[in-house]
Design a binder for this molecule. Structure first.
Ligand code: ADP
Length: 496
């Protein structure tokens, strides 16, 4: 019997591969960074071949690290950086252009044109998204415009487009499969998340022929076989999800109201809303979480632009700390911030404020304010911003948040996690295994091939460190009310 499931975690800065054993423990890991291309200010691109070669190398490395062979692997699961877009030639497999990365702003003029045509409400109603260059659809348009003759070739059915999952599937199957799944499709701006089909109206708006698009499959199911040349034997590719949705699944948030927050550079908070898509009235995104067999789950998503990167700013920007980890002891060395609030609106504010002109603010400073107060205020700000998004989720979904599962680099900070529990008035649950994104992809794949029969078999819920709220409600409300006042001070600061 096969002992392992191999997860390919194709991220924005590196390609990772993790081999999970039957108990969900990590048996082997490998990781390679790849080049970030910045052809112009605000543009970010990746070399599609480098995405593939780094991913293949990591896959081989993870097997080698465990002393495993392909025949020991029951299935491959893929989690991928979302929204990053590619177009390639169906016959030769040659990419037409670099992969345009999710962060890249190069399609802003295409987005402006869509907005000018008054499509915003329709886009929101059909896709759950806002018109923004973040999403893939306008990136496909950009590539067809950038390459001579590409539009005609696309119309003749000679080209294929896709997100990174589709690209890896194409490579792994040697061009045999052109597919994606619900979570990735729901980030393209082209997919009707309610009717679950490519949306003709939006394809027309972007002049994208249907022949270009991948088939949309369930997230858990066999997509195709990885060719024997790559890892030594054929292996079924049996699960795919975008990284944030994979983390939601890997965290075991499969019931409505369950949510996870990833504390990295920014924060991505996703709440499972079950089989119902909740339209957000507060500026959150509505997205497909995954599809398993005939059932799909939806999620609400809130993005916080600056979280862990505010701690980086303490270290590299103003030199208040020498390492991110040091922030924990410093914050805990004082009882409170002495009334100081930091609003890290360094690039404006996301949900629920959506204020591009907001800028960072440090308020409430007195002669007694110390380095420790400012460091503590920075960590507290991450927790307050998370509460802002949680409030929106409560309002949009009508679901109470029972507990918040956490992952990402900054969730190692115990002070931050305890303060998060306090300021939410909900428990915060941190798993011992922080590879939840890869675990989610592995789970989707392992479930599809019968390697596991339910998520619990992977040790989901094991060894959680739970942070219970300890703060009394009066203090919580008073602190949060002052955070809101501090945010007001940061609003619309930049004159533009
Ligand atoms: P990403 O995937 O976005 O690159 P990671 O999940 O690797 O991010 O997390 C890195 C971020 O977490 C950095 O911004 C760093 O400042 C922050 N961070 C790491 N360790 C700590 C810590 N102990 N306390 C607070 N922040 C931390």
């Amino acid at each position: 019997m096969s002992r392992y499931v191999l997860a390919l975690d194709q991220g924005t800065t590196s390609s990772r591969a993790i081999l999970f054993d039957h108990d969900g423990a990590v048996a082997g890991v490998d990781q390679y960074e790849f080049t970030q291309h910045f052809p112009r200010p605000g543009w970010v691109e990746h070399d599609p071949e480098e995405i593939w070669t780094s991913q293949l190398r990591a896959a081989r490395g993870a097997l080698a690290a465990a002393g495993a062979a392909a025949r020991d692997v029951a299935a491959i699961g893929i989690s991928n950086q979302r929204e990053t877009a590619l177009v390639w030639d169906r016959a030769t497999g040659e990419p037409l252009y670099n992969a345009i990365v999710w962060q890249s702003r190069q399609t802003a003029p295409i987005c402006d044109a869509l907005r000018e045509r008054g499509l915003e409400d329709e886009v929101r109603a059909r896709t759950g998204l806002v018109i923004d260059s973040y999403f893939s659809g306008t990136k496909f348009r950009f590539i067809l415009d950038a390459i001579d003759g590409a539009q005609a070739r696309a119309e003749r059915g000679e080209l294929a487009c896709g997100t990174v999952d589709s690209w890896l599937l194409h490579k792994l199957t040697k061009g045999g499969v052109h597919a994606t799944e619900y979570s990735n499709a729901s980030r393209t701006l082209l997919y009707n998340i309610h009717e679950r089909r490519w949306d003709d109206r939006l394809l027309d708006a972007l002049r994208l022929p249907k022949a270009l698009l991948p088939e949309v499959c369930a997230s858990s199911g066999i997509f195709g076989m990885a060719d024997a040349e790559w890892l030594g034997a054929e292996i079924p590719i049996a699960g795919i999800a975008g990284d944030q949705q994979a983390a939601l699944f890997g965290q075991g948030c499969t019931q409505p109201g369950q949510a996870k927050n990833t504390y990295g550079t920014g924060c991505f908070l996703l709440m499972n809303t079950g089989s119902e898509a909740h339209r957000s009235e507060t500026g959150l995104l509505t997205t497909l979480a995954w599809g398993i067999a005939d059932r799909v789950d939806y999620a609400l998503e809130g993005s916080i632009f600056v979280a862990g990167s505010a701690v980086q700013w303490l270290r590299d920007g103003i030199g208040l700390i020498e390492s991110a980890a040091e922030s924990e002891a410093l914050a805990a060395s004082v009882e409170d911030t002495g009334g100081v609030y930091l609003v890290p609106a360094f690039v404006g504010l996301g949900a629920p404020y959506w204020d591009e002109r907001a800028r960072g603010a440090l308020v409430g400073i007195t002669r007694g304010t110390s380095r420790a107060h400012v460091v503590r205020a920075t960590l507290e700000a991450i927790a307050y911003q998370t509460r802002d998004v949680v409030e929106c989720m409560r309002e949009d979904s009508g679901l109470a948040l029972e507990s918040l599962r956490v992952d990402g680099g900054a969730c190692a900070n115990d002070f931050l996690m305890q303060f998060q529990a306090d300021v939410l008035g909900a428990s915060v649950e941190r798993p011992a295994l922080l590879e939840v994104t890869a675990k989610g992809a592995a789970a989707l794949a392992g479930l599809a091939v019968g390697h596991w029969s339910d998520l619990g078999e992977l040790g989901s819920g094991d060894e959680l460190r739970v942070f219970e709220p300890r703060m009394d409600a009066g203090r919580r409300d008073a602190l949060y009310a002052d955070w809101k006042r501090a945010v007001e001070r940061s609003r619309e600061w930049d004159r533009g």
